[in-house]
Design a protein around this ligand. Structure first.
Ligand code: ADP
Length: 591
């Protein structure tokens, strides 16, 4: 019931009032009693020690009888100063030895008790002792008169003081009730002004705790609660900003984590997956979720607890994995080692492209060496024969040898030129000069140029093209080089008496040339590799026909720089169909 601040405040006020009234009441009532006692003894001693009075009551005339009545008569004349009213206060004239009542103002006939003061008087001493705890006040004074001993005894039953105390008590009770009513009322009013802001603050704190930072608590005062509210608002604002920053960072990290090409898998200290990005599943080729464990994925690379407890530099382990079609490099490291939330992080890096590039580079160097060594060996062999035999060889043979040496030198020059062209493209120096030119005229020029060669092989060469075709933006010489390469290949790789069809056309944004032959074609597994450097389906045949295996890779580089397409097209029947397509507006306008 008293758990709310409101009720506590009421209780405090009530207790305060009760305590205050009790202390004040007790103090007042005690003061009244003490005042009455003091007043009584002061009055009594004033009268009873008064010289006139003492003389009056102690001086007896010669042969005087009936002394008690005389003393009573004197006392009667002092009832005013003595405060004797016969009801609450009375005087008594007692026998000095037996304490028998000889005369009194008390007409109730009350029997007197032997009080300590009376007992003192019986022993001849004045009795003025007061007892605040007693229910009466008395004074007993022994006197001598006419040779006889008497005691003047004054007794007050304290009824007046008791009545006053009772009235005071009632008054205090009334004041208490009244004070209580006021205090309850006041505490309600006070609590409204004091507790209102606290309740608002409590509400705000509750909202912030629930994650709602939108509401600003109104600062209604400049007191401590006002300052607290203001500080709370500042704190809530800072908390909101900090949380927003953290959220922002987390979103960035989440996005990074989600879209990064490297796979990341985090394991708990028990080896269960706690986080994995999509790349991890993709690279590993299997689903990675909460049910997957470290041992399911990387037990072969390093034992889980070796990684988790690793404390030697550099603080991580590396490993690799060969998948069916790719190579992965793995980095395994522990995180939060000292905390109970420790775990292991594995980063998967796909190095397939690097490995393939490396292999291609090695293969390329081996190919170049091989391609250059073959003509060099031939040149050396024929040159040696010529040198050794001198003029012994018939002239015809000698000339034949010279021709071979020249041909091989040409071949080498050809290879070196092609390599230079490629290296220029690779290093970005193979600059092309773009300008509009007639694609149609270029095709006709190529057709014209290879016509004789085609006739030499008894091929039927046809060119089908529309009457009009828009000019294209490109490097004309390079495009003609590409066309020459593909048409020459068709002539080379088609047995004599074959058919070679050149067909030109356009789309909305591009022009194209398709060269179709019914030659030896390319087996399915080799089709996607013919644009690789030095790749030849039949090395002997290619070499025999003067090929270097670099023509199509150069052609592809040129077409790529035009943002065009050079590709093999599926066809029915024997032979090969290859298509060259260029954007009409040049690079950047491919549609
Ligand atoms: P090459 O100088 O050897 O002709 P290319 O790069 O021009 O080199 O061609 C690469 C390989 O592609 C050739 O060696 C050949 O095996 C194959 N090829 C190209 N065109 C044709 C074609 N029209 N028919 C069959 N095979 C072809």
């Amino acid at each position: 019931m008293f758990r709310s601040l409101h009720m506590k405040l009421v209780l405090i006020m009530v207790l305060l009032i009760v305590a205050l009234m009790t202390v004040v009441g007790a103090f007042l009532m005690n003061s009244v009693t003490v005042f009455y006692l003091d007043e009584f003894y002061s009055d009594m001693s004033t009268v009873l020690t008064d010289e006139q009075f003492v003389r009056d009551v102690t001086t007896a005339e010669e042969g005087e009888t009936n002394s008690p009545e005389k003393i009573q008569a004197i006392l009667r004349s002092y009832v005013g100063p003595l405060g004797v009213d016969s009801r609450t206060r009375n005087y008594y004239v007692l026998d000095g030895e037996t304490a028998a009542c000889l005369a009194t103002s008390d007409d109730t006939g009350r029997q007197l008790d032997v009080t300590p003061n009376l007992s003192s008087a019986l022993q001849g001493k004045e009795g003025y002792a007061s007892d605040p705890g007693a229910s009466y006040m008395d004074v007993a004074v022994p006197i001598q008169r006419g040779g006889a001993g008497y005691i003047i005894y004054l007794y007050d039953n304290r009824q007046t003081s008791q009545q006053l105390s009772d009235q005071l008590f009632t008054l205090i009770l009334e004041a208490l009730v009244f004070g209580l009513a006021i205090s309850v009322l006041l505490s309600f009013l006070l609590s409204k002004t004091m507790i209102g802001p606290i309740e608002r603050l409590t509400d705000g704190v509750r909202q912030v705790a629930a994650g709602d930072f939108s509401r600003k608590i109104e600062v209604g005062s400049k007191d401590e609660i006002g300052v607290l509210t203001e500080n709370f608002n500042v704190m809530a604002r800072q908390l909101r900003d900090t949380l927003a920053q953290v959220e922002n960072e987390r979103n960035k990290l989440d996005t990074l984590f989600l879209h990064m090409t490297d796979g990341v898998v985090a394991f708990s200290h028990r080896g269960a997956v706690i986080h994995a990005n999509p790349a991890a599943g993709r690279l590993l080729g299997l689903p990675v979720d909460a049910t997957t464990t470290y041992d399911d994925l990387f037990a072969d690379v390093a034992p889980f607890y070796d990684v988790l407890s690793m404390d030697k530099a550099p603080g991580y382990l590396t490993g690799s994995r060969k998948m069916e079609d790719r190579f992965l490099e793995l980095t395994l490291a522990p995180f939060d080692k000292e905390s109970p939330d420790s775990g292991v992080l594995v980063v998967l890096h796909d190095v397939t492209a690097q490995r393939r590039d490396e292999e291609m580079r090695k293969e390329f160097v081996a190919n170049v060496s091989h391609e250059l060594r073959t003509p060099l060996t031939n040149i050396r062999a024929y040159a040696e024969t010529l040198a050794d035999s001198g003029n012994e060889l018939p002239e015809k043979t000698r000339n034949g040898f010279f021709t071979i040496i020249l041909n091989e030198t040409d071949r080498m020059t050809h290879i070196v030129q092609d390599l230079l062209t490629l290296s220029r493209f690779d290093s970005g120096r193979g600059e092309l000069t773009f300008a509009p030119f007639s694609f149609l005229a270029a095709t006709e020029q190529v057709c014209q140029a290879v016509k004789l060669e085609a006739e030499r092989h008894n091929h039927t060469l046809t060119l089908r093209c529309p009457k009009r075709l828009p000019d294209v933006v490109g490097d004309r010489d390079r495009v003609v080089q590409v066309m020459m390469n593909i048409v020459s290949n068709s002539i080379k790789y088609t047995p004599d008496g074959g058919h070679i069809d050149m067909k030109v056309g356009r789309t909305d944004t591009s022009v194209w040339l398709e060269v179709d032959d019914d030659g030896i074609g390319i087996p399915a597994p080799d089709r996607e590799r013919i644009f690789e450097r030095f790749y030849r389906v039949d090395k002997a045949r290619s070499r025999q026909s003067g090929g270097t295996g670099l023509g199509l890779s150069i052609a592809k580089e040129i077409v790529d720089r035009h943002h065009g397409v050079l590709q093999l097209v599926d066809k029915d029947g024997p032979g090969l169909r290859i298509r060259l397509e260029l954007p009409i507006g040049g690079p950047g306008h491919e549609g």
